[in-house]
Design a protein around this ligand. Structure first.
Ligand SMILES: [Zn+2]
Length: 80
């Protein structure tokens, strides 16, 4: 049986990955950006870091669903 190169991805994976990438781009633009005060910069940075962490959590949680599905399919194949 051929090896599993990667866990299958779907439209939801794509959208969650897109959200995560969007937040990392925002973080980079905050890091590179000019702000009136350091506090303002740090506040923006924390805001986007939180959103990035949430996006990443959602992505991992969603990928778990796929790995359970794969395990289930493999059990069925072995049983057949
Ligand atoms: Zn998916």
């Amino acid at each position: 049986m051929k090896h599993r190169s990667h866990i299958s991805s779907c439209l939801k994976c794509k959208s969650l990955e897109g959200m995560y990438e969007g937040t990392t781009r925002r973080i980079q633009s905050v890091v590179d950006g000019r702000f009136c005060t350091l506090n303002e910069k740090l506040r923006e940075l924390r805001k986007w870091q939180e959103l990035r962490d949430e996006a990443l959590d959602a992505l991992y949680a969603h990928k778990e669903v796929h790995s359970r599905e794969e395990a289930f399919r493999e059990d069925k194949l072995r049983a057949a």
